[in-house]
Design a protein around this ligand. Structure first.
Ligand SMILES: Cc1cc2nc3c(=O)[nH]c(=O)nc-3n(C[C@H](O)[C@H](O)[C@H](O)COP(=O)(O)O)c2cc1C
Length: 182
């Protein structure tokens, strides 16, 4: 099997990381790779904010905890101060819309999987994160759009935590009926 197919098959959502930081060289490789992601009419409608500032990342997670604590419907584990929505990753990329077009969220999705595969190919682990969306629809939204350098009027699409894996994970079970061949 070629290396691309192998990487697609072997990538897993990694939710535990060592304390090792992502190097500048690794960060630059991720940045150069995501620039190559395809997008609708090559609009490149997303903005990518890579955060390696650990204090800022922990503050983000703590605000998410606070949000869950105020929500009576949130599961207990989300309210625990032990729970970190970013999984204490040393690097997180937040993807925002900058140009509004029909397929902008899909372009963001393609970009995030491009990052996940690139990270995996570099020996890093990652997990795609939709849950931060709740913070960008809350009273904390303005603060975090600003702190994360989101484009004016842009919305949060998706994020991804990246770091050195501290744990593995089994392949996900595949839902029956997923595929038709006609
Ligand atoms: C759009 C999207 C949003 C996701 N959001 C989260 C999230 O907020 N937190 C999380 O732990 N995993 C999240 N995941 C990871 C999925 O749970 C994971 O991809 C799925 O269980 C399959 O496991 P695998 O990635 O190891 O194959 C998300 C994945 C996608 C594609």
């Amino acid at each position: 099997m070629n290396e691309v197919l192998q990487a697609i098959r072997d990538r897993r959502s990694i939710r535990a990381y060592t304390e090792e930081l992502v190097t500048d060289e690794q960060l630059n490789t991720l940045i150069e790779t995501v620039k190559q992601a395809p997008s609708t009419r090559n609009l490149q409608p997303c903005h990518f904010t890579f955060v390696k500032d650990q204090v800022l990342l922990r503050e983000f997670s703590s605000d998410m905890n606070a949000l869950y604590q105020k929500n009576p419907n949130a599961s207990e584990y989300l309210k625990s101060p032990e729970y970190d929505v970013l999984y204490r990753a040393p690097l997180v990329c937040f993807i925002f819309s900058e140009i509004s077009a029909s397929f902008t969220p899909i372009d963001g999705g393609i970009a995030v999987q491009t990052l996940a595969l690139a990270a995996h190919s570099m020996g890093l682990g990652s997990v795609i994160l939709g849950m931060p969306k709740e913070l960008f629809a809350s009273e904390y939204a303005e603060k975090w759009f600003k702190k994360l350098n989101a484009p004016e009027g842009g919305d949060f699409i998706i994020a991804i935590s990246i770091g050195t894996p501290a744990a593995g994970k089994d392949a996900h079970p595949v839902r029956e009926g997923l595929i038709s061949i006609i």
